[in-house]
Design a protein around this ligand. Structure first.
Ligand code: SF4
Length: 378
């Protein structure tokens, strides 16, 4: 069976003010981390080789490219040597402007990495500063140039709207810049204030000036319409691609496919079990790659949970979900399980039924959270 592979690198130069991902500044621990990670890679390689091939890979974080090139190369090479990777596999490395070196890119090419996802967020340096990013816009330009000069053209850039004090003009400028650079893939997210982050604390104190909901929606509408005009296809609530260059690894998540998750705090989903690795750094190191010691939680995905996930992950995609596939997967008609919410949302023009597919309408995309909740089963 074809599965996905996610590998987590938890280091960043410093913490962005909105970030609640499992990441922290490195304090000279990269080498011991990579040592433990390679052991975990070898362990899983032995376990799945011959049974599964890898169709998509994602090295995320954190910022994988804060690892010195020789260490990131160790990780990439261990993956390449220990798994059966499909010839046409999509292999993404996440990165941030100003952290990619020529040697990183050479290692990408040597090992088969063919996609890079860059976090930019905004093109105004004062905006980048006020959200705690370490880079300036010019660093992003340099990273793009470096990648393209080495023939790496499948590049995503993440941008963010509803930043504190962000004006509509600034957001438009960010979107227009992405279009001008002819990126094949753009992810645009609305800022979410998470508890425990610098912004979360400021919000609680009442010192963070957030954007009102109406402006947030206007910003979303702008990016949606403008990217469509510019020839991008929106294939998920927050993702746009040209020439069919959708992120296949994310599509695997939204289609509830199986994947291995390796590294600190990573989670995987295999054989109806979702598992979570420890988030405690020292525990990760002492487990030395042995899943029995690394995995702190195993959850059996019952048919009920699987149906719920199939609905709310699948409906994130603009193509929606397949009615036939639902029947094949669960042995029951989708209408038997979800008649009520499906009829309600269809009547309101939120959900569209066309042949084998159910998908959100334009209006439905704006109300997606309400729709998703309605597919939770008692
Ligand atoms: S670079 Fe990404 S992972 Fe690192 S702190 Fe910033 S948002 Fe979080």
């Amino acid at each position: 069976m074809k599965i996905g592979l996610y590998v987590h690198i938890p280091f960043c130069h410093s913490k962005c003010y909105y970030c609640d991902f499992l990441s922290f500044p490195n304090k000279g621990q990269e080498e011991i981390y990579v040592d433990a990670l390679v052991k975990e890679i070898q362990h899983y390689g032995l376990k799945v080789r011959g049974l599964h091939t890898i169709g998509s890979l994602f090295i995320g974080g954190g910022t994988p490219t804060v690892l010195p090139p020789f260490l990131l190369d160790c990780v990439l090479e261990a993956i390449r040597l220990n798994f059966d990777i499909e010839e046409d596999a999509e292999w993404t490395v996440e990165s941030n402007p100003g952290t990619i070196l020529e040697e990183h890119v050479e290692s990408f090419k040597k090992n088969g990495v063919n996609r890079v996802s860059l976090g930019l967020q905004a093109v105004q340096n004062h905006q980048l500063k006020q959200i705690g990013r370490i880079h300036i816009f010019e660093d992003w330009k340099r990273s793009i140039m470096l990648l393209r000069n080495h023939g790496m053209t499948n590049i995503n850039t993440d941008i963010m709207f509803a930043l504190p004090n962000q004006t509509m003009e600034e957001w438009q400028d960010t979107v227009e810049t992405m279009i001008a650079y002819e990126l094949p893939h753009i992810s645009a997210y609305s800022l979410i204030i998470e508890e425990g982050t610098v912004f979360g604390k400021k919000y609680e104190e009442g010192t963070l000036k957030t954007i009102d909901e109406e402006t947030d929606r206007q910003m979303y509408t702008f990016v949606k319409e403008r990217l469509k005009e510019a020839g991008y296809t929106q294939y998920e609530i927050s993702n746009w691609a040209k020439d069919g260059l959708n992120c296949r690894h994310n599509e695997l998540y939204w289609e509830c496919g199986f994947y291995l998750g390796l590294g600190l705090g990573a989670h995987g989903y295999m054989d109806e079990i979702r598992y979570h690795n420890t988030v405690v750094f020292n525990d990760y190191l002492t487990a030395k790659g042995q899943p029995d010691k690394l995995v702190t939680e195993r959850e059996t995905i019952t048919p009920k949970i699987a149906m719920e996930e199939y609905m709310f992950l699948g409906l994130r995609m603009l193509k929606g979900i397949s009615i036939g596939e639902f029947y094949k997967k669960f042995g029951v008609s989708i209408f038997e399980i979800y008649r009520e919410p499906i009829e309600k949302w269809m009547k309101e023009g939120i959900l569209i039924h066309n042949k084998d597919r159910l998908f959100l309408s334009e209006q439905g995309i704006d109300l997606s959270n309400q729709v998703f909740v309605s597919f939770l089963l008692d």
